[in-house]
Design a protein around this ligand. Structure first.
Ligand code: PLP
Length: 390
């Protein structure tokens, strides 16, 4: 088969996005404008929440989700050990302590039994992560939070349109935080969105993403005159980003269809590899948004993940790792809180042995078959190395 170059992900920007960006750049309103408002409304409608507040990134959203509720020193925020560091950093930004919880071996989502054991009198919030787009057991998460007097933040960075019963991720806890980084389900270059049904919280988040001003530009009777009634940041999304996001929403149904078809085809093509774990895209009430196909190698380390990734790369197949270490074992957290290898066995297994394969809408005709063949060939060679070493 002729060699191909298939990146793990690629931003899907077309003429509609270019025109939308140019229209903003040709005008004079670059922030605080109608594109942001329209994007927020359209996104809230898509997710099914009363509010959506555009922010500079998912990280900014996760920070605001804790900060706007007054979380600070002395408080604890439960987070999964397997996630992007942003989930834990948000608690650190507030001066709170992230309490790490291991994840389930059949989904990569936070383990609800371990979570129930980890919450205590200092727990103010639980940030769950819908790992690679599969919603957590939110009924359990909300029940644990209610019992502890805490609330649930959903990290939906990879979970746009992920389903849970009749609802979508982002509308399942008190707040949801989305990422529009270039290779996410949709992009605004950098950017994020906070979703919530809580009117008062939405107002506090909107205020704190813009310095804590007491009124928006539109609300100012006298230009330039405002008061500041809370501490806040500059976490706004600009108008070019919002216009690009709005344009992306027009293509999102097509992107999602392609993503799930690619996912299903790749999953079927890899089914014969008995030693590889691929988490089910449906679990209980949860339906995945198919961010990628995560192939997890055996726990015993009998296949060398890095060698397989190198072979994929040599064949032109891009891949990624979600995520490169259990967050509590990242140097910053290990040094600060004294975590050691072995304390989060499932998260450590995923960090060491998983490979994220591409299924995004950037794949061309025949790419899924090419990726599957390259992966199978790399596994076969890995088995050969394993046999030779015995
Ligand atoms: C689970 C999770 N949360 C948060 C983030 C951070 O998103 P952003 O880059 O928009 O701040 C990421 C980034 O990939 C992520 O995977």
């Amino acid at each position: 088969m002729q060699r191909r170059e298939i990146p793990f992900g690629r931003p899907m920007l077309g003429e509609r996005e270019r025109q939308a960006a140019l229209a903003v750049l040709s005008g004079t309103t670059l922030v605080h404008g109608p594109a942001t408002q329209a994007f927020e409304q359209a996104f809230a409608q898509r997710i099914g929440t009363r509010h959506a507040i555009a922010v500079a990134s998912c990280t900014a959203g996760l920070h605001l989700a804790l900060f706007a509720e007054g979380i600070g020193p002395g408080d604890e925020v439960a987070v999964p050990a397997m996630t992007h560091v942003a989930t834990a950093h948000a608690a650190e930004f507030c001066g709170a302590k992230p309490v790490f919880v291991d994840v389930e071996p059949d989904s990569g989502n936070i383990d609800m039994n371990a979570l129930a054991a980890a919450v205590g009198p200092r727990t103010r919030a639980i940030t769950v992560v819908h790992y690679l787009g599969l919603p957590c057991d939110m009924d359990a998460a909300n029940a644990i939070a209610a019992k502890a007097g805490a609330y649930v933040v959903e990290d939906c960075a990879l979970a746009v349109d992920a389903g849970y019963g009749e609802r979508k991720a982002g509308g399942l806890g008190r707040l949801g935080c989305f990422s529009f980084y270039p290779i996410k389900h949709l992009t605004t270059i950098e950017g994020g969105m906070v979703t919530t049904d809580d009117d008062d919280l939405a107002r506090r988040i909107a205020q704190r993403k813009a310095f804590g001003y007491d009124r928006t530009i539109a609300e100012r009777a006298k230009p330039g005159i405002y008061d500041v009634t809370a501490l806040g940041f500059n976490y706004r999304m600009n108008e070019v980003e919002a216009a690009v996001g709005l344009a992306q929403l027009a293509s999102l149904d097509d992107f999602q269809r392609a993503r799930s078809a690619n996912y299903r085809a790749l999953r079927a093509a890899l089914a014969e590899l008995a030693e590889i774990t691929v988490f089910a895209p449906l679990k209980g009430k949860a339906r995945s948004s198919h961010y990628c196909l995560n192939a997890v190698l055996p726990r015993d380390g009998s296949l060398d993940r890095d060698a397989i990734v190198a072979e994929l790369k040599a064949a032109g197949v891009g891949s990624s790792v979600h995520y490169p270490n259990a967050v509590p074992l990242m140097r910053y957290y290990a040094d600060k809180y004294g975590y050691r290898a072995g304390q989060f066995p499932v998260a450590e297994w995923l960090a060491a042995q998983s490979i994220s394969l591409p299924v995004g809408p950037h794949l061309q005709e025949g790419d899924v078959g090419y990726i599957a063949n390259a992966f199978k060939a790399a596994i076969l060679r890995g088995r050969g190395r394993q046999a030779a070493a015995q």
